[in-house]
Design a protein around this ligand. Structure first.
Ligand SMILES: *Cc1c(COP(=O)(O)O)cnc(C)c1O
Length: 425
C-alpha cells in the first residue's frame, strides 16, 4: 500500500484502490555524471552564468577547491578568481573556517530553533556596520533584497521601487524588472534610472519621488562589471531620498566585508536606512541578511506585520562559517594587502594591453576587478585563453573577478604574464 493510500485509508477507512501504473522515467538506468548534468539540469547548470555561454564554451565541472585554487573533474588545477562569486574572501576551505564548520556539524546540522551563533554573527555585523541596529538572516541575498523591499513598502505605504540600470538584486519578482513570468503589473511597480547619473536622478525624483517606497542600489556596482560611482551621486541620492521620505537600501551583498571590515557605506559617508548583505557573511554557505534602522526592521514578524520566515534562515552551519570568517577578517585585516594585489593586477593588465595597442578598460576597487574589452568576442578569447593557462576568471564580461586573502603577489604576476601572452597572440 502506498503512503498516500495509507493516509486515505486513515481518513475514510479501508477501500479497494486500483494500483496505479508505475511511472517510468525516460532517463532511467545508469548515466555518466556529465550526461546527467547536461541532460537533466536545465542548461546543464543551476545558475545561468555557470553555463559559460557568454564565452561560447561548455560548463566547467569542478571537483574541489583549496586556497586560491580550484580543481576540475579532469584533475586540472586553476588559479581561481571567481572565488564563490565573491563569497570566499579567505579562499577555499580556510582552516579556521573549516574548524568552525566541523565543530558545528558535530553539534547538529539544523536545529530548527534559535542558536547563540545567530546572536554572535549579528553582533559582529552590527559592530562593523553602525547603520544596522537590527538584523534578520535569510538563506540567500535574493530573499534579503526581497524582504528589504517589502519593509520599505510597509514603512512608506507606497508601492513604487527605484532601481538602477546594471545593478542586480537577486531574482525575485519584485526586483527583476521585465522578465518572462513576471506580471507586467508588478514590473510597472519598478522604475529604473541610469547608474551614477545625477541629472537623471534629480529628474526622476522630481517626477516620481512622492510615489517611491524605496530605492535600492549597489553602492559599488559589481554585476555590470565593477563600476565605482561618484560619491557625490550617492550623497545626492541620500539627500533626495530623505527629502521624499523614501527608504534608501544599500545592497552590500558583494561590498559588505569585501573592501573593509564592514560596509562600503562608511567609506562613502552615506548611511542608508536598510542594508542587505550576503556572500562573505556566510563563509561559503548560502546566506543573506537585511538589517538597518530598528523601527523599520521591527515591522518584521513576529514584532510587526511584515511577514518573513525561513526553514534555513540563520542556519547554524552558515552562522558558524560566517562568524569564523568575520573574526578572521577583523583579526587579520587583509584589506590593505588585498588592495595592493588588486592594484598590481589592474595596472599589470592595463600596461600589458597598452603595450600591444589593445583597447581595454580595467575597472578596479580593492580586491574587485573587471576587464572590459571592445567586444564580447575579444572577452571570450581572453577568458578562454586564460582558462587554458589555468587561470579561472568569471565566464562573463559582466561578472567581477575577486581576489582572496590567500592569493599572492607572485600569483598575480603570473596572471599578468599570461594575459600579456594573450594580448600578444
Ligand atoms: C549575489 C547578489 C545578490 C543575490 O544573492 P543570492 O545569494 O545569489 O541570491 C544580490 N545582490 C547582489 C549585489 C549580488 O551580487
Amino acid at each position: 500500500m502506498s503512503i498516500i493510500e495509507k493516509a486515505e485509508e486513515g481518513r475514510r477507512g479501508p477501500k479497494k484502490v486500483k494500483r496505479a501504473e508505475k511511472a517510468c522515467c525516460a532517463l532511467s538506468g545508469p548515466l555518466r555524471p556529465s550526461q546527467a548534468l547536461s541532460g537533466l539540469l536545465v542548461g546543464g547548470v543551476n545558475s545561468p552564468v555557470r553555463a559559460f555561454r557568454r564565452v561560447g564554451a561548455s560548463p566547467v565541472i569542478l571537483r574541489s577547491g583549496r586556497g586560491a585554487w580550484v580543481t576540475d573533474t579532469h584533475g586540472r588545477r586553476s588559479l581561481d578568481f571567481i572565488m564563490g562569486w565573491g563569497a570566499l574572501i579567505l579562499g577555499h576551505n580556510h582552516p579556521q573556517v573549516l574548524t568552525a564548520i566541523q565543530k558545528q556539524l558535530s553539534q547538529g546540522t539544523l536545529l530548527g530553533l534559535t542558536t547563540e551563533l545567530e546572536g554572535q554573527l549579528a553582533q559582529a555585523i552590527c559592530e562593523a556596520i553602525p547603520s544596522i541596529e537590527r538584523i534578520r538572516f535569510t538563506p540567500s541575498g535574493t530573499e534579503a533584497c526581497m524582504t528589504a523591499i517589502r519593509l520599505a513598502r510597509a514603512w512608506t505605504r507606497r508601492t513604487k521601487i527605484l532601481t538602477f540600470e546594471g545593478c542586480y538584486h537577486g531574482h525575485s519578482d519584485v526586483l527583476l524588472g521585465q522578465d518572462a513570468g513576471v506580471p507586467s503589473s508588478l514590473a510597472q511597480e519598478q522604475l529604473e534610472a541610469p547608474y551614477n547619473n545625477i541629472e537623471a536622478l534629480e529628474d526622476i525624483m522630481k517626477r516620481r519621488g512622492s510615489e517611491l517606497a524605496g530605492v535600492i542600489v549597489e553602492p559599488v556596482a559589481a554585476n555590470m562589471g565593477v563600476v565605482v560611482p561618484d560619491r557625490g551621486w550617492l550623497t545626492r541620492l541620500r539627500a533626495l531620498t530623505t527629502t521624499h521620505g523614501i527608504v534608501l537600501i544599500f545592497d552590500e551583498i558583494v561590498t559588505g566585508f569585501r573592501l573593509r571590515d564592514g560596509g562600503i557605506q562608511e567609506t562613502m559617508g552615506v548611511k542608508p536606512e536598510l542594508t542587505t548583505l550576503g556572500k562573505i557573511i556566510g563563509g561559503g554557505f548560502p546566506v543573506g541578511a537585511v538589517g538597518g534602522q530598528a523601527a523599520i526592521m521591527d515591522q518584521l514578524a513576529p514584532s510587526g506585520a511584515v511577514y518573513h520566515a525561513g526553514t534555513f534562515a540563520g542556519h547554524p552551519v552558515t552562522m558558524a562559517a560566517g562568524l569564523a570568517t568575520l573574526k578572521m577578517l577583523r583579526q587579520r585585516q587583509p584589506y590593505e594587502r588585498l588592495e595592493a594585489m588588486g592594484d598590481q593586477l589592474a595596472s599589470g593588465l592595463r600596461e600589458g594591453a597598452q603595450r600591444q595597442g589593445i583597447a581595454v578598460h580595467v575597472n578596479q576597487i580593492g580586491s574587485m576587478l573587471t576587464v572590459f574589452f571592445a567586444n564580447t568576442k575579444q572577452f571570450a578569447a581572453f577568458a578562454n585563453g586564460l582558462r587554458a593557462q589555468r587561470v579561472m576568471i568569471p565566464p562573463s564580461p559582466y561578472e567581477t573577478w575577486f581576489l582572496s586573502a590567500v592569493h599572492t603577489a607572485s600569483q598575480i604576476e603570473q596572471v599578468v604574464d599570461r594575459a600579456r601572452r594573450l594580448y600578444a597572440a
